[in-house]
Design a protein around this ligand. Structure first.
Ligand SMILES: N[C@@H](CCC(=O)N[C@@H](CS)C(=O)NCC(=O)O)C(=O)O
Length: 214
């Protein structure tokens, strides 16, 4: 039995952060497939009572521990492995600043935008899509500016802030209807640096459930 289990599915950028981190730190892990689209598994009473009361993916299981919120899972894995860990109080605070900005405004808008545009059974209202795209674009521009001056979000070393921030950014451009890498050159160069890290894999090669059944 693997040391870590990760409740996840291939289309989830929130889960990808943790799956990627497990790979980057060389963790012994296995995925537990969550049927989000067909069975609506995260909404079932069983999932909420046994896996995560918040009704979300990812959930990381390690021994008796069951953790959710990708940011918490990343912190846990960084502390245990000593890798991608912000060093000292200033770096820790800086990492949190970018992780919260990411969760709320970068992938926090990009994820629902992609879901409503491409994955939902009923496509999203155009006004809602336009709002989400506008907010995601504004946040991506902030990240692009940040990365113009340094190779990684916190400076010279990759940390969990980078692992968090790339959550949805490797998914195909067709799923967004616009090409993030072509629009934001510093983000594009940073994504190439992430790809070069030992253990990197594309979300569709790392988590089960791709392609979706039609
Ligand atoms: N802030 C959470 C977001 C988790 C999240 O929203 N996951 C989605 C899947 S990509 C989910 O399970 N959504 C179910 C729902 O909101 O009902 C994290 O970073 O882990």
């Amino acid at each position: 039995m693997a040391e870590y289990k990760l409740y996840c599915f291939a289309q989830s950028g929130n889960a990808y952060r943790v799956a990627l981190m497990l790979n980057l730190v060389g963790g012994d892990w296995e995925p537990v497939y969550v049927d989000f689209f067909e069975a609506g598994e995260t909404r079932t009473p069983g999932y909420r009572s046994d896996v995560n009361e918040m009704g979300e993916v990812p959930v990381l299981v390690h021994g008796e521990r069951k953790l959710s919120q990708s940011s918490v899972c990343l912190t846990y894995l960084a502390k245990r492995s000593g890798k991608y860990l912000p060093q000292g109080e200033d770096e820790e605070l800086e990492a949190w600043r970018w992780i919260v900005f990411d969760n709320q405004k970068v992938n926090g808008f990009l994820g629902p935008y992609r879901f409503l545009k491409t994955l939902a059974k009923t496509p999203g209202d155009p006004a809602v899509l336009a709002f989400l795209k506008g907010r995601a674009d504004a946040a991506l521009a902030v990240v692009d500016k940040r990365l113009a001056g340094r190779p990684w979000l916190l400076g010279e070393r990759p940390t969990i802030a980078d692992v968090s921030m790339c959550g949805y950014l490797f998914y195909p451009a067709e799923e967004f209807g616009f090409d993030i890498a072509a629009t934001y050159p510093s983000i594009a160069a940073w994504l190439e640096r992430i790809k070069a890290l030992p253990g990197w894999k594309h979300p569709y090669d790392l988590m089960p459930g791709y392609p979706l059944k039609k």
